[in-house]
Ligand binder design. Sequence first.
Ligand SMILES: Nc1ncnc2c1ncn2[C@@H]1O[C@H](COP(=O)(O)OP(=O)(O)OP(=O)(O)O)[C@@H](O)[C@H]1O
Ligand SMILES: [Mg+2]
Length: 395
Amino acid sequence: MTAAGAGDSPVDGPTVAVVGGGQLARMMQQAAIGLGVPLRLLAEGADVSAAQVVRDPLVGDYRNLDLLREVGRGCAVMTFDHEHVPTAHLHALEAEGLACRPGPGALVHAQDKLVMRERLTALDLPCPRWRSVSDAAGLDAFAASVGGYPVVVKTPRGGYDGKGVWVVDDGSGLPDAGTPLLAEERVDFARELAVLVARSPSGQSAVYPVVESVQRRGVCREVTAPAPGLAPELAVAAQQVALGIAGALDVTGVLAVELFETRDGRVLVNELAMRPHNTGHWSIDGAVTSQFENHLRAVLDLPLGDTRARAPWTVMVNILGGESDAAVGRLFEGYPHVLARDPGVRVHLYGKAVRPGRKVGHTTAFGADLDRVRERARHAAGWFDGTVDDSEGES
Ligand SMILES: Nc1ncnc2c1ncn2[C@@H]1O[C@H](COP(=O)(O)OP(=O)(O)OP(=O)(O)O)[C@@H](O)[C@H]1O
Ligand SMILES: [Mg+2]
């Protein structure tokens, strides 16, 4: 028998090409192990999070079409750890016969927030009021139409973790991007929610429980599944919005829909991601099937797994680097304390160097008492990132 390429995998079955070597690809590998599916990774560096755990990673630039061809060679399908691969390259790969999931026609809505707003508005899905603006006069006119400043301005492309998002108080606050920007009303939301859907090419969809996410300085800090106290009708409405988007945009793989819950009981779409998402990390330990496994099942067009939670409450807390100087370099030092204090808490570290504000891991706790579950997940994360010290919170 001759080897089939794609890293000459000894496994009889499909190989999945993954572009991007961050923690999402790393956690995809964890799910791939269980499924017995080899991954072929294109990583941005030899030591990045996923390159530490995927066999024979290719190292190079995801904007290089030849490298994308190389990583995809012999693979059944290509999928992504991030959304930044140029869609022109994905069209070229598809024309050459490589399935890209999600495909470029869907992915562009996660790459470009103006394209996303136009499409969702055309689909009559609930969004904050918005406008494309190019200059101060345009921003002033938009602000006047939504009851005045402050308004939110976003770069359509390339933003993440709140980078590329500004709250501006007047037209002179408009960043000079040289291209149109997305202006949005500043939503006075009650809280932020998220819904994940896994959708396969044959059209099967599986939706996860609606979660509450708490952001600090534009970075996801904590996720609670399900969203506490969410009205059942609103939960269903949010899930229907997400399922509707997945279907209308023909998304394959996991789609994350970030939402605002307004104080008058509506949901508005903030933005979309087409890959496993931070608001779904709780599902690794807290759901019957994790978002990473369902992402792989979906891109391989396999039947999807049960999305239900294993416990009444699951809380996931991100471990962010550099919350205090004391935390730098002591991640592993946290294990004896954290693991001894709470044998039920789950810890995931991403193999990333600690830098201020950087996501370097997360903790998850689950159980029947929400306050207790939240305290356990927070304490563990806080001990790792230095916001809780040894003496605090012992029980
Ligand atoms: N129109 C709005 N009104 C009020 N707050 C907003 C608005 N848009 C964004 N925000 C706040 O800013 C955060 C970041 O915005 P957004 O999700 O668009 O940016 P991002 O940097 O692409 O985020 P991500 O890290 O999820 O990719 C939101 O989670 C929310 O807290
Ligand atoms: Mg966001």
